[in-house]
Design a protein around this ligand. Structure first.
Ligand code: SF4
Ligand code: SF4
Length: 176
């Protein structure tokens, strides 16, 4: 028979020796391998006390960004939702009122902005599509939850704290 690969191995059908028949040698061999693993570096870590370093290209939980004056950058243009291959983003736009210039940078803003984290594949296309630098993927991941509803992140979950009015929370969110 012609072999397709060089990995073919003939089955040894010769009668078993005495040592092989009592299986003792194989048990000792197995225990020796287990024993040697006790001295090897453990690949597991004690999460959540210990955390692994993320890769520099890791894409985690989304953050809705503000400008340097603390105003929301998102103008509800919908480009991120159109770019999203998982159809995970939904939003509702609203017109900025005269006394709201300090809250929203553009004349239109997202009154409602939601991302379904169960749909999201963390591809980062929403971040690339955004012309206002209003959304980016951070280095944290979405915490676990017991309900599906808990994975639908609204504006309060996504919006970064205000650099002017929530200094402590902003620094914490930025990891400073
Ligand atoms: S990261 Fe990708 S899948 Fe997730 S919301 Fe953005 S575009 Fe959609
Ligand atoms: S996050 Fe960016 S792309 Fe998405 S609606 Fe807001 S401004 Fe537009």
């Amino acid at each position: 028979m012609q072999a397709l690969t060089n990995r073919i191995k003939q089955v040894d059908r010769s009668p078993m020796t005495f040592l092989e028949r009592i299986y003792l040698w194989n048990i000792i061999k197995g225990m020796f391998i287990t024993f040697m693993h006790m001295f090897k570096k453990k690949p597991t870590i004690r999460f959540p006390e210990q955390k692994r370093e993320f890769s520099p290209v890791f894409r985690g939980l989304h953050v809705l960004n503000r400008d340097e004056e603390g105003r929301e950058r998102c103008t509800a243009c919908g480009l991120c939702a159109v770019a999203c291959p998982a159809e995970a983003i939904t939003m509702e736009g609203a017109e900025r009122l005269q006394n709201e210039e300090h809250l929203y940078r553009e004349e239109k803003y997202a009154a409602k902005y939601e991302i379904n984290m169960l749909r999201c594949i963390f591809c980062g296309l929403c971040e690339e599509a955004c012309p206002k630098d209003a959304i980016y993927l951070s280095e944290t991941f979405a915490p676990s939850n017991f309900t599906r509803k808990g994975f639908i992140y609204g504006k309060p979950d996504l919006l970064i704290p205000n650099v002017k009015t929530e200094v402590g929370e902003f620094a914490k969110a930025k990891g400073m």
